[in-house]
Design a protein around this ligand. Structure first.
Ligand code: ATP
Ligand code: MG
Length: 139
C-alpha cells in the first residue's frame, strides 16, 4: 500500500522568480494538504547532504551550488498515494519533457533549475521530511 505523505521543495529558482505563491496554490488546489513548511537557505554542506544520493553524478557540484544559491521552501504534503500523485503533478525532471499543466512545465527553466523537488518513494519522503523537520513539527 502507498503512503499518504511526500516531501517537496520549491527550489531557489522558483522562489527567486516570485513563483512560490502560485506553486503552493497549484499544490493545494490539487488536493494536497500542507503538514509542515519552512523557508530554508541551505549552505553547501546541507545541500550536499540532502542530495548525497547523487554525489557521483557529473551534475552534482552544479546542483549543490544551485540549491544553496538562495532560499527554498521545504514542505511535507499529505494526500492519498502522495508520492506518485505528486510526481505526476510536478512532471518530468527536464521541463522540456514535462507534460502540459505540470508544475515543471509551467515554472521550470532547465533540467537543473526545475522549480520543485518531489520525493521518489515513501522511504525517501520520510527521510527527507526528517531532514528538515523534527518529530514535533512533522508528527
Ligand atoms: P528531484 O529529486 O529534485 O525531485 P528528480 O527526482 O526528477 O528531481 P533526480 O534524478 O533525482 O530528478 O535529480 C535531482 C535533481 O538534480 C534534478 O531535479 C535537477 O535539479 C538536477 N539534475 C538532474 N539531472 C540533471 C542533469 N542532467 N543536469 C543538471 N542537473 C540535473
Ligand atoms: Mg529525485
Amino acid at each position: 500500500m502507498q503512503g499518504n505523505r511526500t516531501f517537496t521543495m520549491i527550489k531557489p529558482d522558483a522562489v527567486k522568480a516570485g513563483k512560490s505563491g502560485l506553486i503552493l496554490d497549484h499544490i493545494i488546489k490539487n488536493g494536497f494538504e500542507i503538514r509542515a513548511m519552512r523557508l530554508v537557505h541551505m549552505n553547501r554542506r546541507q545541500a550536499e547532504a540532502f542530495y548525497s544520493i547523487h554525489k557521483e553524478r557529473p551534475f552534482f557540484d552544479g546542483l549543490v551550488t544551485f540549491m544553496s544559491s538562495g532560499p527554498a521552501i521545504a514542505a511535507i504534503l499529505e494526500k492519498e498515494n502522495a508520492v506518485d500523485s505528486y510526481r505526476e503533478l510536478i512532471g518530468a525532471t527536464n521541463p522540456a519533457n514535462a507534460a502540459e499543466g505540470t508544475i515543471r512545465k509551467l515554472y521550470a527553466t532547465s533540467i537543473q533549475e526545475n522549480a520543485v523537488h518531489g520525493s521518489d518513494a515513501d522511504e525517501t519522503a520520510e527521510q527527507e521530511g526528517s531532514f528538515f523537520f523534527n518529530y514535533f513539527e512533522r508528527v
